[in-house]
Design a protein around this ligand. Sequence first.
Ligand SMILES: Cc1ncc(C[n+]2csc(CCOP(=O)(O)OP(=O)(O)O)c2C)c(N)n1
Length: 285
Amino acid sequence: MITKKEINELKKMACTMRMDVVHMGPRSGNVPHVGPAFSCADIVSALYFHFMNVRPEDPHWEDRDRFVISKGHGALCVYSALAHRGFFSVDELWKIKQVGAILQGHPDMKKIPGIDATTGSLGNGMSFALGIAAAMNLGKKSGKVYCLLGDGEAQEGIVWEAAMYAGAKKLDNFITILDYNHQQGSGVVDDIIDMEPLKDCWKKFGWRVLEINGNCMEEVCSALEMAQVFHGGPTLIVAHTIKGKGVSFMEDNNDWHSKMVNEEEYKTAIAELEAQYKSLEEEAV
Ligand SMILES: Cc1ncc(C[n+]2csc(CCOP(=O)(O)OP(=O)(O)O)c2C)c(N)n1
């Protein structure tokens, strides 16, 4: 079981990832997707720094676990995680979206070491992840496939085909985490197309469904621990999250779906995140 000290380290890493994302805009001169990265930073931290079996020195290692960020616009925190995990230099983060840079607004599996799927066209990542899980199952590979799905993204029809197939084929190496932040760029998900009864539907398709606070590291880790040992079918972790989580003026505010911080916002955001990091360091003593 994961220890308190390890949980504290994962929380600190999530905080570092959020700081990196805030730095990316001003340092690269390009507008980043901040809010979508912040809602899933805790989940991505837990995956890359505790649960996933990967080898930065050998990114294509056949027996690795896979991660597909199906909501590809949320990839900024994944870029930060990959850099701190050693897949590429942290300096790459400050070149995001520049001409010729490996890191663009959406992840490219042909250019970025550690990225398992090119995503950005919503819905496709989930089906791509399913294909990897089905192939790994056929090949009797031991690795897991983790897929991060947006709640607005879950309105795409292709997501439901993948959900039905994974349940019908009992793919227990397939773990999908729904980033349930109730925002979808153009408005509130529940007003556009309410996703309920998603949980009941997926249960009927054969999924094991867990429900957690996706911004609480303890709950994220215990759900991932359970998902790793489930047998007989895929797992859906419904992670209730807050878009923009971590910076007060960005939280649950869709304006921060994709926006550049001004000088004052930049200073405030970094100060808030540094304060959170400091209190985590003090907690650990
Ligand atoms: C097929 C497709 N349609 C539209 C878009 C444009 N788009 C980018 S992000 C986004 C909102 C996604 O909402 P959600 O999945 O809930 O992500 P989050 O709120 O966490 O950012 C949309 C519609 C796209 N990338 N792909």
